[in-house]
Design a protein around this ligand. Structure first.
Ligand SMILES: *Cc1c(COP(=O)(O)O)cnc(C)c1O
Length: 326
């Protein structure tokens, strides 16, 4: 299925794909890496792919303001603001230090620095709220959008992480980029708002390749969100929705919660740096890579494995401040 949807050329695509030779030798495995840390737009990362389509939608509706939501330290917000600058619309970012998935999961703390240090370079207007759930954050963004609409703006409101059907579409397209070197037995990716995992799973649907999402959030209900997102995608683009059997999802590597750093992720980041000179990030790709290593050790995954590096490297320049730190 190939549907022609207008997009802007923001990224440098296809991103490189290569084998991790030293790491593969070291582990006695066959591990490859897809370099979406090198998408080339506003310091790279997976969100550039979604924004190529989302920003075309913003233009097509004549938007004067784009409203996005995320953590203060959001990679999506960084790339969104840069993309808004390119097409010449206002960017209003609704953010909080450390959103969490469900009300009983508040952990306090948050990252300081990193992506936020880039704000002076970006046309970004932040509306910062106190920590609450992702659902609250969505509601706040809806309120801000309504306020701006009343003030006469034409508002394009984005879901968290750009995970709309067209966000999924961008990763169905991304999945085509591996055809030349494929097939793989497993694709392992960080997963949070879901369009990366759902798009890749649609890209390999019906083949032997399986996509394993390593969750950046701790709640199991996210699987239902992934299925809903797949259904919404098929509603717009056609195709067969994913089933529970298509969703390989691992909650064991997130640790205490979204964004909260953990030792296994740090060790995984260290290993990839030492064997390949590639930086990961502590919120998504570091946890995902620790999940790849753990699942390889346990035998859940094997054969030819592709690690999808989703980016996030600016968080290396941020510091985590926990609730009880002074
Ligand atoms: C947003 C993000 C993810 C998660 O992608 P989703 O499509 O939201 O699931 C993974 N890694 C990084 C670095 C991200 O910024």
């Amino acid at each position: 299925m190939s549907i022609d949807v207008r997009k802007l050329d923001l990224c440098v695509l296809p991103t490189p794909i290569h084998r991790l030779n030293w790491l593969s030798d070291h582990l006695g495995a066959d591990i490859w890496i897809k370099r979406d840390d090198l998408t080339g737009f506003a310091l790279g990362g997976n969100k550039g792919r979604k924004l190529e389509y989302l920003m075309a939608q913003a233009q097509d509706m004549g938007a004067t303001v784009v409203v996005g939501a995320g953590a203060n330290q959001s990679n999506f917000i960084r790339q969104l603001a840069a993309a808004c600058g390119v097409i010449g619309v206002r960017c209003v970012a609704v953010t909080m230090a450390a959103p969490y998935q469900s009300p009983d999961r508040s952990h306090g703390g948050g990252w300081v620095g990193g992506n936020e240090l880039l704000d002076p370079w970006l046309p970004i207007e932040r509306r910062v709220f106190a920590d609450a759930t992702w659902d609250d954050l969505t509601r706040y963004s809806e309120q801000v959008a309504e306020e701006l609409t009343k003030a006469g703006e034409t508002v394009f409101l984005l879901p968290i992480g750009g995970s709309s059907p067209i966000g999924v579409h961008s990763f169905v397209e991304a999945g085509r980029e591996i055809e030349a070197v494929g097939p793989f037995d497993w694709i392992v990716t960080a997963s949070s708002s879901g369009s990366t995992q759902v798009g890749l799973a649609h890209a390999v649907q019906g083949s032997e390749t399986r996509v394993l999402g390593i969750s950046a959030d701790p709640e199991p209900e996210i699987v239902d969100d992934l299925l809903d997102l797949s259904a919404a995608y098929c509603n717009e683009f056609g195709g067969t929705p994913l089933t529970r059997g298509d969703i390989h999802f691992d909650l064991d590597y997130v640790g205490e919660g979204y964004g909260v750093p953990n030792g296994a992720a740090v060790a995984a980041m260290d290993l990839l740096m030492q064997t390949a000179g590639i930086f990961l990030d502590p919120i998504y790709s570091g946890k995902a890579f620790s999940g790849l290593l753990g699942n390889l050790r346990s035998g859940r995954i094997g054969g030819r494995i592709l690690f999808w590096h989703t980016g996030g490297v600016p968080t290396m320049f941020a510091a985590w401040q926990g609730a009880n730190d002074d």
